[in-house]
Design a protein around this ligand. Structure first.
Ligand SMILES: Nc1ncnc2c1ncn2[C@@H]1O[C@H](COP(=O)(O)OP(=O)(O)OP(=O)(O)O)[C@@H](O)[C@H]1O
Ligand SMILES: [Mg+2]
Length: 253
């Protein structure tokens, strides 16, 4: 089982959209995929038809034996299951606050599922520093969506700082550009200069696309609702690049 976190402390940069579309592509490619929505607003599952409540075993919760397996629900798609966000809100903070080593919490919750899933995609919340440590420690690869502009560099620096403060390797953190609007000069410039400024920047990037905005209406990944839109190809390219890194051992640089 491999774990990928889509993370940025900044809000509204495309974490959930990316997590949903990448998880869908992974599942379509035959990987048994779990999308874990770590947000309290529980949005990610809605895009995948996973909108029921988990069949929570109340006795387990009452007895304090909270397992992630109890919280998994199916989606509209083969090979793709979801942990809806509400659970993160209710239980995860509690577990992290009460843990001797909070950094191990996410990883140890996933451990019992190692034989059931090939890939876990973590849709991270913005601005949850306690959770960030645990999520970043669990993930083999951390993808950081960045929208061109000065704030992007702050968001990027923030992820690096969390990792350095927690003595986590930064070599597994990869930024990529999202919401590229070719009409905006700054965005066109970033496509040229960002590779030199941002280490490990993915060459794949996601254009600004109404198909992504419409996900809140279609309630589907873009390749289901707008298969011919170029943004569907862009998510494919992002997946291919991610997959290459997942298949390679990470070098510690
Ligand atoms: N490539 C894109 N083109 C157009 N709109 C996009 C794109 N990516 C994301 N969006 C839109 O930007 C908004 C924020 O996206 P999203 O919810 O994925 O971000 P987030 O980082 O998960 O936000 P939050 O921090 O609030 O959880 C949404 O309305 C989404 O539809
Ligand atoms: Mg989100």
């Amino acid at each position: 089982m491999q774990i990928v976190a889509i993370h940025n402390i900044e809000s509204g940069v495309g974490k959930t959209s990316t997590a949903v579309n990448l998880a869908w592509i992974a599942a379509k490619n035959g990987l048994r995929t779990l999308l874990w929505d770590l947000n309290s607003r529980a949005e990610a599952g809605l895009f995948l038809g996973a909108n029921s409540d988990p069949n929570t075993r109340m006795s387990n919760e009452l007895a304090g034996r909270v397992t992630l397996a109890d919280q998994i629900i199916g989606s509209d798609y083969e090979n793709l299951a979801v942990v809806p966000g509400r659970w993160a809100y209710r239980n995860l903070e509690q577990l992290i606050n009460g843990a001797a080593d909070p950094r191990r919490v996410v990883k140890s919750l996933l451990k019992p599922l190692a034989d059931e899933y090939d890939l876990v995609v973590l849709d991270c919340p913005a601005d949850e520093p306690e959770l960030a440590d645990s999520v970043l420690a669990a993930a083999e690869i951390i993808l950081v969506p960045l929208i061109p502009g000065p704030q992007a560099l702050d968001g990027w620096q923030h992820v690096l700082d969390i990792c350095r403060n927690s003595r986590l390797p930064v070599s597994s953190i990869y930024p990529f550009l999202n919401m590229i609007d070719y009409r905006i000069q700054l965005h066109r410039e970033w496509l040229v200069v960002a590779p030199a400024e941002l280490p490990r920047l993915f060459s794949a990037y996601i254009p600004f696309a109404h198909a992504v905005e419409r996900m809140s209406i279609t309630r589907q990944p873009v390749a289901e609702s707008d298969a011919t839109d170029r943004v569907a190809d862009a998510y494919q390219a992002l997946w291919q690049e991610l997959k290459r890194h997942l298949d390679e051992p990470v070098s510690d640089s």
